[in-house]
Design a protein around this ligand. Structure first.
Ligand code: SAM
Length: 376
């Protein structure tokens, strides 16, 4: 059997879309096809290393992250775990895919270094400033009021997705910055267990995922979260018309996430369409109009108010009333104006009518577009 036979007979494994997969994320990711997902959002254990219980001044116990899934024997064990899950994530990420990892000062520097060690290319670090952080009860350090998210492409130069216009639009027309002020998850959004306690200690706010998913994916993309918890990533992905794959080791969290996501309704296609940048129109120098014979050297152009005229020269410049220069410069000089759009200012005569030279530019652009669509 030749190599190409083997290749053509290989059956592509289907992705388990919109499912929550049970198990260790490293094993589960290793069983998924390589280069298959568009975005990974990872909220790994923080390795908080809490020593004993934490109490408020009134002696009530703080519900801190002391869960078994956050326990590691030390930095070496945490680093080994980070290396393993990140390598598994990297394998399944498409070449033009990207990863977001969220963490606190306890782990984010170790995670960031490993991203670079593995060849990811950091695009931004986003500071999620918590509008309502937990105070520092002992008064021994600053209030820990933010978490950091690192956004990285799979490699330097990869064509990652960035919906610049969509994020700008989300920010009322102002460029989105790398500091996001959003509240932590409270109130109705915070999922509770049967006893009314928090269903998960580190449930992330949907607003955070909304920005991540709108900004770095398109409808129909596949978003994978290897540390799914209560399924915030899946819930927001579903709303926004993206497919998700969740991986979670704890059965109780999977159950909470299943129930949560089953209640989510996808927004309609028009509502989730991403604002794209207007495609810049190709620049056409006035000289091209002459080169193509659309206007001849020596031909006269007239200002739109018919008060001025200038002669076309073979090099694409104009001369009128002893002023030489581009269509814009000569128009501005004759009008005594600081600037002038020569394309709309100058007209040529055809069959007794004044026609703006911009018509000729549009004709060239239309030809360029038609050429783009033609096979070489
Ligand atoms: C920081 S929490 C994620 C919370 C989630 N972003 C949310 O909004 O609910 C990390 C989660 O990863 C899970 N986890 C930890 N290690 C894991 C592993 N090796 N494989 C799969 N899940 C794991 C934990 O059970 C925990 O639910």
């Amino acid at each position: 059997m030749t190599r190409s036979d083997t290749k053509s007979r290989a059956v592509a494994r289907p992705l388990p879309l919109n499912q929550i997969l049970a198990g260790d994320c490293i094993d589960v990711m290793n069983a998924l096809p390589e280069n298959s997902v568009d975005l990974i959002f990872a909220d790994p254990p923080y390795n908080l290393q809490l020593k004993g219980e934490l109490h408020r001044p009134d002696n009530s116990r703080v519900d801190a992250v002391d869960d078994h899934w956050d326990q590691f024997s030390g930095f070496a064990a945490y680093d080994q775990f980070t290396r393993a899950w990140m390598a598994a994530a990297r394998r399944i990420l498409k070449p033009d895919g990207a990863i977001w990892v969220i963490g606190s000062y306890h782990n984010i520097f170790r995670v960031g270094a490993e991203l670079q060690n593995q060849g990811f290319w950091i695009l931004n670090d986003v500071v999620w400033r918590k509008a309502n952080p937990m105070p520092n009860f002992r008064g021994k350090r600053l209030t820990n009021a933010h978490e950091t998210m690192i956004w990285a492409s799979k490699s330097e130069g990869a064509k990652y997705t960035f919906n610049y216009e969509a994020l700008k639009s989300l920010n009322e027309g102002v460029q989105m910055r790398s500091d996001w002020v959003l509240p932590i998850c409270t109130g109705g959004e915070r999922l509770k267990d049967a006893a009314g306690a928090k269903a998960h200690p580190t449930q992330k706010p949907e607003a955070l995922l909304h920005r991540v998913i709108v900004g770095s994916t398109n409808p129909g993309d596949v978003v994978l979260d290897p540390f799914f918890g209560t399924g915030t990533t899946g819930a927001v992905a579903k709303m926004l018309g993206r497919d998700f794959i969740g991986i979670e080791r704890e059965e109780a969290y999977r159950a909470v996430a299943e129930k949560r996501i089953s209640r989510i309704r996808k927004f309609d296609a028009e509502a989730i369409a991403t604002t794209k940048a207007k495609r810049a129109e190709p620049r056409v120098p006035f000289g091209q109009v002459i080169e193509r014979g659309m206007l001849r050297p020596g031909e006269e152009l007239y200002s739109m108010n018919n008060r001025h005229k200038a002669k076309v020269r073979a090099d694409g410049s104009l001369i009128g009333n002893d002023v030489k220069g581009s269509i814009h410069q000569v128009g501005a000089a004759l009008e005594g104006a600081p600037s002038c759009n020569g394309w709309t200012y100058w007209h040529f005569r055809r069959e007794g009518r004044m026609v703006p030279i911009d018509i000729l530019r549009q004709q060239i652009r239309a030809e360029m577009e038609a050429d783009e669509g033609r096979p070489n």
